[in-house]
Design a protein around this ligand. Structure first.
Ligand code: ZN
Length: 274
């Protein structure tokens, strides 16, 4: 498992990719991997359980000098997720055939083997279920979170799927980069956030149109940021609040983890040329 250089601190924003300042050639495209709905008390800490909010399952494709990369691997075992996450799903996940990650990539002329790097925002099932498809990719996981996820014998109490931990510690281990707050590729850096899970990290991506910040599930939808209200599904509430405050200060376009509106706002991706 390899390390990566540590990022320069930046007042307010915390960190940013060092090389990204001079290598802003990335484009970020949201791919819809399925849909569901959650209740207001899960979108917001202290929210109204009678409210319903649409969710999209998102995988982000980054195209740039480092070759095609993904942020998160997406879901394919939909029934398993619907069973495991039933307590937070107001409407179960549906996934059309064209929303399968292999189909999404194929529609762009890509195969899973073409993906050079998968940066994992956190080790929850819907974000890592497809990791086994990316046999040629470097897999970037929060070091701090990974240590936490694997600290107990037999990974007892871990929030990460057993098959994912088996892969990361076994057959995939020589392709795994465990790191926190590092530039992992030119213009692409991770920012440890915690809160939603101990392994939650954001991904800061430098583009020609400025930086995009993929929050993972630390922010579910733009309302969390706009209303300053943390998510209602968390491991650590103070960390969620700190992450929200930190993201609000960032000089970057904030791209939430499950907001379906990113698909309409950035249908051709964020950051590309005119
Ligand atoms: Zn999620």
């Amino acid at each position: 498992m390899h390390g990566a250089p540590v990022l320069e601190p930046r007042p307010g924003a915390g960190v940013r990719p060092v090389v990204g300042q001079t290598c802003p050639m990335n484009t970020l495209t949201p791919l819809c991997n399925g849909r569901c709905a959650i209740a207001g008390n899960h979108l917001f800490h202290g929210g109204d359980p009678s409210e319903r909010y649409d969710f999209a399952l998102l995988v982000w494709l980054i195209e740039g000098p480092a070759g095609p990369c993904l942020v998160d691997a997406g879901l394919r075992h939909v029934d398993e997720m619907n069973e495991g996450a039933a307590h937070v799903l107001a409407e179960p996940i549906t996934q059309r055939p064209e929303e399968d990650v292999r189909a999404l990539l194929s529609a762009r002329g890509l195969a899973p083997e073409d993906i050079r790097t998968v940066v994992v925002t956190h080790l929850h099932f819907d974000h890592v279920d497809n990791l086994d498809l990316f046999t040629e990719a470097r897999i970037v996981v929060s070091e701090r979170g990974f240590r936490e996820a694997t600290k107990n014998p037999g990974w007892a109490g871990s929030w990460a799927p057993g098959k994912t931990l088996e892969g990361l510690t076994g057959p995939w281990a020589d392709r795994v980069t465990l790191t926190d707050n590092a530039e992992v590729l030119p213009g692409i850096g991770t920012v440890w956030l915690g809160g939603h899970s101990p392994c939650s990290q954001g991904v800061l991506v430098a583009t020609e149109r400025g930086d995009g910040f993929l929050t993972g599930d630390v922010i579910f939808r733009w309302e969390n940021l706009e209303q300053g209200r943390p998510i209602g599904v968390f491991d650590d509430l103070p960390e969620c609040e700190a992450a929200l405050a930190r993201i609000a200060e960032m000089d970057a376009a904030v791209l939430p983890g499950h907001d379906p509106r990113v698909l309409h706002r950035y249908p051709d991706g964020f950051g590309g040329g005119p």
